[in-house]
Design a protein around this ligand. Sequence first.
Ligand code: SF4
Ligand code: SF4
Length: 424
Amino acid sequence: MADYRKMWGNLGMDLETHDQLCEVLPQAFEDVFLSQKNRPEAMDYYNFVVAEIHGVRPAELIKHQENGGKVFGTFCVYVPDEIVFAADAIATGLCGGSQFWVPEGEKVLPTSTCPLIKASVGARLDKTCPFFRIADMYVGETTCDGKKKAWEILGEDVPMHIMDLPQMKRRKDIKAWAEEITEFKDVVEKFTENKVTADKLSAAIKLINDKRRALARLYECRKNECLPISGRDALIISQIAFYDDPARFTQMTSKLCDELEERIKNNISVVPAGTKRIMLTGTPLAIPNWKIHNIVETSGAAVVCEEMCTGTRYFENLVDESQTTLEGQIEALSERYMGINCACFTPNHGRIDDIICLAKEYKVDGIIDINLKFCSLYDVEGFTVERALKDAGIPVLGIETDYTDSDAEQLRTRIGAFIEMLGM
Ligand code: SF4
Ligand code: SF4
């Protein structure tokens, strides 16, 4: 990575502790990603983004701020980035996926909090992530209890806006979410001193829809029997989508898809024919959480789909682009976002329907239902999900894990046995 120490120092980061983080990441990336054979050439872009993860994009965000722009940090796929971009601001994902930040989070949160929340709070408090330092305002949501309380702690340190997400999907809930989006628009306008007009929102809807289209095209390639890209590479792309410049991301992902489609035509697969196809479902895998993909793909199977927020939930369904008034556009945003099936909703049959439908589309041999430790929402829903999958005749393995490596060997044994069982 180029030398960004001055920039990090200006952000008030703890440089010594940050050095420790920077030491472990390149080796982990080498082991999980660069060691793979036959990767698409267009993965070079994403390799570069990860190699420069705390450098290039943070520098771009700071430049934007120097030009008078604002940066909003978000933690959930229900928060509409479109509103932020329509106000000439930038939205960036902030979910923490590293064990490195967990101990700092545990200083203020109970140990029995999910690692994603502990890492996200820890990344802010221990001053080792530039994205958490740069964001002018954080946008939280009322999805799960742990997050709701975490916002109160983060809100003492940084301006915070909380969006009140309904927990059911009745007509009145979709209307309520549209009202929340309107209020968010007002907050963003005031904070940025920029007006969100129908024209600007229309352009922002197109910008984010284009990103969704590119990701959908990537996932379409993964449905093929001839698998042109590994699950690990698809995962890193999904993770990068949360913070890269959306227009550039769309362009680079479209270029990658050109190559993948060419590979399919020429029957170039990253795995031998007959490799077992696995879908993952459950809690999100924030960067740099690559643990399960790595175990599955070094145990002789391939991950072909993720029914997760770092997966299909992030890009499925487009926002209607035909609306021309702010009111119509905000209703369209609410409709699209309320179509996401997170376990924080009740009832949540839509998620089960999605999983069964995706299992068929991606021709999966088995599903791994992943739960981040202490996430009671996905843990409880796991019972219904796994029962529905068994009823549908789809083999399923439920696992619970965190960000440490302490269970890696045990998981390897269980996942290995599951893959072996699929071959019988
Ligand atoms: S799992 Fe639910 S709460 Fe978490 S990011 Fe996804 S939608 Fe948001
Ligand atoms: S994984 Fe579960 S507990 Fe953790 S932030 Fe998401 S919904 Fe909340």
